[in-house]
Design a protein around this ligand. Structure first.
Ligand code: OGA
Ligand code: MN
Length: 203
């Protein structure tokens, strides 16, 4: 993983600057192509275990229609992605004093017509999610397939971000955002860099 971190080293200053100035940053081609393919394979091999994200603790919400699977110990490829996020956590702690202690992640699959309406991952800072990250791992994405991430930055400017393969978006968890309806199967790993270990319910 050290290698992967080094391969994006030249962008680190830019990432920190974007996070500081706008509250979000985009990293393209973050992983080697081969790694993305392996991660996609791991994701697809578990697709039959994905569950409706709208149902949390038996409570049904209408704001999202995607399906998710929490990353577990046995998912050795996804674990390497989390290892990288732990390195980012250290960097963000050093730079922004966020006190991040843990990384928690799930795969997400949006099938045709699925979406996630406007929300914040950490509304009113009521949970301990500091930073949200989304990594896209479908092999291809075309501009007319929808599924964009629409995000309001910390200066209240809106951005439409295409879910390009092998792209990772990093943003403050208190920012407003949504996933527009997708026309194709859209695969990702969402991970939160959290400041504590408390048990929380995801949204
Ligand atoms: C989320 C989320 C954005 C995306 O999982 O909370 O907002 O682009 N995901 O998948
Ligand atoms: Mn979100």
């Amino acid at each position: 993983m050290q290698q992967i971190f080094e391969s994006i080293q030249h962008d680190i200053e830019q990432i920190l600057d974007d996070l500081d100035q706008q509250g979000f940053a985009i990293i393209n081609q973050i992983h080697p192509e081969r790694f993305m393919t392996e991660l996609l394979g791991e994701c697809l091999s578990h697709l039959n275990q994905f569950r409706e994200a709208a149902i949390q603790n038996g409570v049904v919400s209408k704001i999202r229609s995607d399906h998710i699977l929490w990353v577990g110990e046995k998912m050795i490829i996804a674990k390497q992605h989390i290892d990288l996020l732990e390195k980012f956590s250290k960097l963000f702690n050093q730079t922004f004093f966020l006190g991040i202690q843990t990384v928690e992640a799930h795969f997400a699959c949006y099938n045709s017509g699925e979406f996630y309406a406007l929300h914040r991952d950490n509304p009113q800072k009521k949970n301990d999610r500091m930073i949200s990250t989304v990594y896209y791992l479908h092999p291809e994405w075309q501009a007319d397939w929808g599924g964009q991430l629409r995000l309001q930055d910390k200066n209240e400017q809106w951005h439409i971000i295409e879910p390009e393969p092998n792209r990772m978006v990093i943003f403050q968890s208190d920012l407003l955002h949504e996933v527009l309806s997708s026309k194709r199967q859209r695969l990702s790993i969402t991970a939160w860099l959290r400041s504590g270990n408390s048990i929380w319910s995801s949204e």
